[in-house]
Design a protein around this ligand. Sequence first.
Ligand SMILES: [Fe+2]
Length: 498
Amino acid sequence: MGYPLPDEVAFKGPFAPMRFEATVEECIVSQGEIPKELSGGFYRTGPTWKRPTKQGTNPLLSMDGMVQGLVLDNGRADFRNRWIRTPKYVLEEGRQHGVFEWLDSGFGDWRDFAYGDVTRDALTCGVPQGTNNINIFPFAGEVVALSEQGGPPIALDPITLDTKGIVPWSSKLSAGVHLPTAFGDADLAAHPKWDHETGTLYGWNYRDVAPYVTIHVINPDGRVESRDLDDAPYNTVAHDIWLTPEWIVMPFQPFTISQQQVRERQVGIWGWDETLPITLALIPRDDIQGKVRWIKTDLPPQYVMHTMSANVENGKLTLDAPVFNRPPFPFEQDLKVGEEVALFFSVAKSFLGRWTVDLATGATSSEQLSDRPSELPKVDERFYGKGYRFGFQVGGVVKRKGMSMNSLVVTDMHTMSEQVYQIRSGEPAAVLEATFAPRRPDSPEGDGYIIVPVSWWADKRGQYLIFDTDDITKGPVCTIDLPFALGWTPHGHWSDFR
Ligand SMILES: [Fe+2]
């Protein structure tokens, strides 16, 4: 049946859902040429509205994941987007209406996120609630889409984007926030890192009851090693980590999650408690059963949502990231019952920053490295866990309490020099997270191309801009056009076919 598009912030402007599947072969290149040496796919996933939920409202995390893939080869680009056929999607598609309901949904205001448990009934019993709408990355010859704590990882075909199914190693992962509803129903937090040479994946799960975090090291052959962080200081929304040659660095930040507070007080599921100290767990990455070093910091209340990368030099561990003044999410101290949530970057702003740990003394400090608002940090992922020099971000300008994103920023973290290219000025458009693709498989770190998806949503058209890292200030070396607005997607990665 047909439905009106809900009259809510999460459906407007850049968030208007892309409610169709498209195949665009030999995409139009309106400017320049696609570098012939690039061969690979740029995959992204995002929450996309299909139909109302059983509770009427459509919290972001309840929306089904849709994958967008741009495959480049020998100067040609092919675009596809497909719904991810999760168990939830398949069940609701069969019934032609929403059948799930969540603990933190149905309020009709900012408290609705669909992050908590599903209220199980005869229809949904045994069906994982994952929507796989937050991140997608290459692993073991496939691309794997993740929810944020919503359900099991799902593998997709890198060319057709057909859903292959829940990965077989899901049964070895731990539960996240939710109790598993079926064999193989587990979670993996949305930003695992990997070692380019070995293909080993460093992931984790988190939850609102102890053990608050479980580390998972996943080998390309499907073997999984796990470690509960039993002595974690408090529960945290563990969205991202840093990887160094020696450690997995997991930040415990006072951005917390509690299903209990939803049940008992009918508030939102998240909390922000500035009295809890930011604490770092240094977990030996080659021996995750080994001794964890805990560093209780005296860093000021700050929030890192996404990490850029880390270096270890002269006894100092430097952890780089866009650093927020507070998490860009709604809390009960900010909003009244009935208010709508303002999304993401409109409620907080971040600037490139650095936390430094003196490894001899454990002393920590924080510094701001730029006065330009920025987020969505990316690096040359061949160098995950090896130290780094070049960081890539989407930059912007301060806008009220938050920021408005408009540019690509490349930062040389040794010299702190920046290259900036402004992609939009006043026009309505969403500059989405970039990805880096190396010029050749053996190119030095940071030498290659940066691909930026842009949704010119008011004109209902999309673009991918490809920049050469030699000099991004000259503008894109090529512009790939799509005849529709790209649906909003938070994250994605490049998978090299060479
Ligand atoms: Fe994220």
